[in-house]
Design a protein around this ligand. Structure first.
Ligand SMILES: C[S@@+](CC[C@H](N)C(=O)[O-])C[C@H]1O[C@@H](n2cnc3c(N)ncnc32)[C@H](O)[C@@H]1O
Length: 258
């Protein structure tokens, strides 16, 4: 398949200093499974529940051109086996070199990059869709707007940005985050705040859906999630929107660490 993003150019190797997630790359699922065990489900279930929202977003931006998608903060690429078959070019980027090395071994068809620059190393409008799962709460609140604006920048006009986060209003989520070694120092943000940040970054047609109201793995409980999506009490939530033409014309000039 023709590669539409010049991976060789963006891979001009900079040395990526170690990050805290390097320490957890090998044991990421294990650590998450440990804290989730009290809720009777494993990491794989929570990953799988997110897949339909992403596939829906991909379908919304699919054209006759090859579909290009970016996963920002992709970690070890746990969700990629579910998504790669539906995408022409799936890219994953993360600040953790160890996580990226593992992701590459597990998902040979995905194009990965370890990168710690101020901004994403892709041209404006490169992707049809960019998404981030469980990343924003690992940034400091003063980085949030720049991080989101940069995701918007690399998406084409009318492309989709989708972000999935933990819901601080859900007591079970609070308990899991408190007991999870990986989440030390995490700052959870409520869905309304993420929605506002995405609007400020030039996203329109914003849609907020709360998910995972129960930890049960039956289709009926996913239907329940869809029915209750308006209620800000699910364990996690999904905010998605389209990049406005105005944002595309003006161009987002982000500073991820501003
Ligand atoms: C909780 S993990 C989630 C990993 C993956 N998205 C998933 O759902 O399995 C958070 C990830 O965000 C990455 N990360 C943190 N800050 C980042 C940044 N500024 N840019 C890209 N990735 C970042 C971490 O290295 C880590 O892999």
């Amino acid at each position: 398949m023709t590669r539409l993003v010049d991976q060789d150019r963006i891979e001009e190797r900079q040395v990526v200093p170690p990050t805290e997630f390097d320490r957890y790359a090998d044991t990421y699922s294990e650590k998450i499974n440990h804290v989730l065990s009290v809720w009777g489900q494993e990491q794989e279930f929570f990953t799988r529940c997110k897949v339909p929202f992403l596939l829906e977003a991909f379908d919304a931006v699919r054209t006759e051109q090859a579909l290009r998608v970016l996963d920002v903060g992709c970690g070890v690429g746990l969700i990629h086996p579910y998504l790669a078959p539906s995408v022409d070019e799936l890219h994953g980027i993360d600040v953790s070199q160890e996580s990226i090395s593992l992701a590459k071994r597990n998902n040979p068809s995905v194009q990965y990059l370890a990168h710690q620059g101020e901004t994403l190393p892709y041209d404006d409008g490169t992707f049809d869709c960019a998404y981030a799962i469980g990343v924003v709460h690992h940034l400091s609140p003063k980085q949030w707007q720049g991080f989101i604006s940069d995701m918007v920048r690399v998406v084409r006009s009318n492309g989709v940005v989708l972000i999935i986060e933990h819901n601080p209003l859900n007591p079970a989520t609070q308990s899991v985050v408190r007991s999870c070694e990986l989440d030390q120092g995490a700052v959870l943000l409520p869905s309304w705040k993420l929605r506002r940040l995405m609007a400020a970054a030039g996203m329109v047609a914003l849609d907020v859906r709360h998910i995972l109201f129960t930890p049960f793995d039956r289709p009926v409980f996913r239907k329940l999630d869809r029915l209750l999506a308006w209620l800000p009490m699910g364990a996690q939530y999904v905010v998605s929107g389209r990049k406005s033409r105005i944002a595309a014309d003006v161009g987002q000039a982000p500073c991820r660490n501003a």
